[in-house]
Design a protein around this ligand. Sequence first.
Ligand code: COA
Length: 220
Amino acid sequence: MKRFSWVNRFAGATWSVAEQAAAQPSEPISLPATVPLEGATLRLRYLEQTDGPALVDFARRLSSHDLLFLRRDITRQEQVDQWLHETAAGLTTTIIALDGDKIVGYAAVTSDGLAWTRHVLELDVMVAESMRGKHLGRLLTEQAFAVAQERGANKMVARMTVDQHAANNVFRRMGFEPEARLKRQVMDRDGQLHDLQILALDVGAFRAKLAALMMQPPPF
Ligand SMILES: CC(C)(COP(=O)(O)OP(=O)(O)OC[C@H]1O[C@@H](n2cnc3c(N)ncnc32)[C@H](O)[C@@H]1OP(=O)(O)O)[C@@H](O)C(=O)NCCC(=O)NCCS
């Protein structure tokens, strides 16, 4: 039985280590893959160099609030070209979800390429409005998490505005915790300011917590 109600979680309650342990992806899905998801059949694969126009089309269907926390404006082709360039350079690994030929979600794992943050990988996830609430975000985050582990991340980070409740839920469930809040850090297109929250997961410390949980005797 779940320890927390949805209301508690919405109010900022945290996940127990047992729940976080249960949320860890067992195996990364071998890509490309076809995934049935609540009435839809989606195709998951790695981003390819020819996906630029489909990515811009996906981005232009998102709300400006969804685009707020991103490192770049992906509604612009030249910014998406930069993303593809980082992909070719091995800095970013992106998994996309396709419904037919339309991108309906992605998860990206990025290194900023600086020597002193080479142990840190940033995760970001985005799902089309029409596909939300079907656990695509969870699936993509789990896969991104597995990719980050495979790439040897010591620390994973994700950034979002504090009112992105679904994103908070998805990442905290995986073991991420709030690490910093940068006040009035994000300015939206209308000039409104928002706080930016950085969630982080220290891979070594988290693995130690999971290992300690395995050592505990059963609760009876
Ligand atoms: C975050 C996002 C990817 C989640 O995608 P999604 O496919 O709708 O998420 P899921 O259906 O997998 O739901 C994940 C969890 O969040 C919960 N959730 C969904 N919408 C929620 C909301 N509005 N408020 C609180 N919790 C919510 C779900 O109940 C689910 O919890 P569960 O695993 O306990 O059942 C999507 O909302 C999105 O693209 N948001 C904009 C971009 C963003 O904020 N990205 C994250 C920053 S890296």
